[in-house]
Design a protein around this ligand. Sequence first.
Ligand code: GRF
Length: 228
Amino acid sequence: MQARAKRKRDSAKPQEMRAAINKMKIQPANRRLGILLSGRGSNFEAIADRIASGQLNAEIVVVISNVEAAPGLERARARGLNAVYIPSRQRSREDFDREAVEVLKKHNVSLVILAGFMRILSRVFLEAFPYGILNIHPALLPAFPGTDVQQQAIDHGVKFSGCTVHFVDDALDGGPIILQAVVPVRDNDTADVLAARILKEEHRIYPEAIELVLSGRCKIKGRRVVAT
Ligand code: GRF
């Protein structure tokens, strides 16, 4: 039903516009990253380590958190990076997003990296960075969107889970998928044990996905991301 409605909507668009949507090249203007996090920041550190070792050609120009005491923010400071706290309590989503976008634009960021950022972005944010926001999710999307997903995977009885790096759009954990990695789910796994196994893969594929997007080799075809 939904698919039929979508097809009808799409066919109402001019042909050249549909072609542009169906085959869009993603080419960030520069290699300046802005990181958003709310917690410990191990993905942020994995990315920073890859940059430091010369394996990822990028620069983290600002780290933003909506949690003042987030360990990730402290770790960013310890690395001498720009670390900015933007309070999110008792303000509208749009209000927070407007301030975050302002900071990111001020630093001339072209790719926003969500690394354990526990907030949903509003249109204000999404429209400021079209195909310019990446997220990592600790499950094989579209299975298990949302939170507590390692426990969900165990409870569901899947034999494999993993992680997904995707572009962020207005669907929760639903944007086009850039990279995924698979791990086994063992019979005696707890959520913590499975999360640790998945996290190791997160640290490996997030920098790879960032490099892929920055390199300009990504094309969006429909909702598929293909590397050229
Ligand atoms: C990771 O599991 C990530 O997939 C999810 O939030 C967690 C963040 O961990 N989005 P860390 O703060 O990067 O250590």
